[in-house]
Design a protein around this ligand. Sequence first.
Ligand code: NAP
Length: 307
Amino acid sequence: MRNVVIIGSGCAGNTAAIYAARANLKPLVVSGHEAGGQLSLTTLVENFPGFPEGINGPDLIENMRKQAQNFGADYVHGNVLEAHLSKRPFRLNVEGDWVEARTVIVASGAAARWLGLPSEQKLIGHGVSSCATCDGFFYREKKIMVIGGGDSAMEEATFLTRFGREVLLVHRREEFRASKIMLDRARLNPKIKFATNTVVEEIYDVSQNLVTGARLRNLKTGQTWDEPVDGFFVAIGHIPNTAVFHGQIQTDDEGYIISQGGARTNVAGVFHAGDVQDRLYRQAVTASGAGCMAALEAERYLEAEGH
Ligand code: NAP
C-alpha cells in the first residue's frame, strides 16, 4: 500500500514527488510513456527561475527526478492502464501490475496535438514547437509560421509578433474557431499574414536538423508552394491525459479535470497538478507550483486520517 501514487513525471509530478518524498511519504511516481512531459520535448528553458543561463528541458526534468529520488521517491516506467477510484484504497493498474494507494496525485499532463507529419516529429525542438511562450524568444527578427485557427493560434501568433519580423498564420479552413476578439486582434496586427484553406504537406529541412521552410497546399485551388520560415509553431490544441479516469474524476467536455479548489478533485484523496487541469498557463513553473500544492494537500489528507 502506497501513501501517495503520483501519475506523471513532468514538472508537476516531479515537484509533487520532491515534496511528498521529503515529507517521508515514499511516493511512487508512474512516469508515463512520455516521461518528463512537455519539457522533455524542448531545448533551452530560459524562464524557469534559478537558471540565469537557462537550462535544457530534459536536464531540468532529470534534475527534478534525481532530487525526488534522493529523498526516497520511487519511479516506475509505464502508464496507468486502469484506475478504480470509487472506493478505498484506490487501485491502479500500472502496465498489468496492481498498485494500491491511500492518495493519488494526477499529474498526467496534456499532450500537444501535432499535425502528424514525420518531418514535424523529427524537427520538434529544432524549430518546431508547440509553445510560443517557451520558444518565441529564439526567433527575433525571424519569419515564423503558426498553424491553427482557434484562440491558441491567435494568441500565439500575436505573442510571436513581439519577436519575429513576420508571422504567417496557416489555417485549414476559411472560417475560424477563434473568438472574434482574438481573431480581430490578430487581423489588425500588421505583422500577421493569413493563409486560409491551406494545409502543411512537409516541413523542411530534416537533413539539416533545422526548420528552413514548409510546403503548403491551398485546398481550394490545389496550388502548392514552398514558404521559407525559421520557426514553426503548431497551435491546434491539446489533449488532456485523463481518458483512464473517465466517469470517475470530474472533467470538462474536453477532458480537463475540474478543480474543486486548491488541488482537489471531486474524489476525496485524489488531487490534480499541472496541465491536466490547467488549460490557461501551462508553464513549467506553474506546473511545479501545482505539484507542490497537490503534495501538501495529500500530506494533510493523510495526516487527518492518521497515517
Ligand atoms: P481549438 O479551439 O480546438 O482550435 C484548434 C484549431 O486547430 C482549430 O482551428 C482546428 O481547425 C485546428 N486543427 C485541429 N487539428 C488540426 C489539424 N490536424 N490540422 C490543421 N489544423 C487543425 O483549440 P485551442 O485554440 O487550443 O483552444 C482550446 C480552448 O482553449 C478553446 O476553448 C479556447 O477558447 C481556449 N483558449 C482561450 C484563450 C484565451 O482566451 N486567451 C487562449 C487559448 C485557448 P478547425 O477549426 O478546422 O477544426
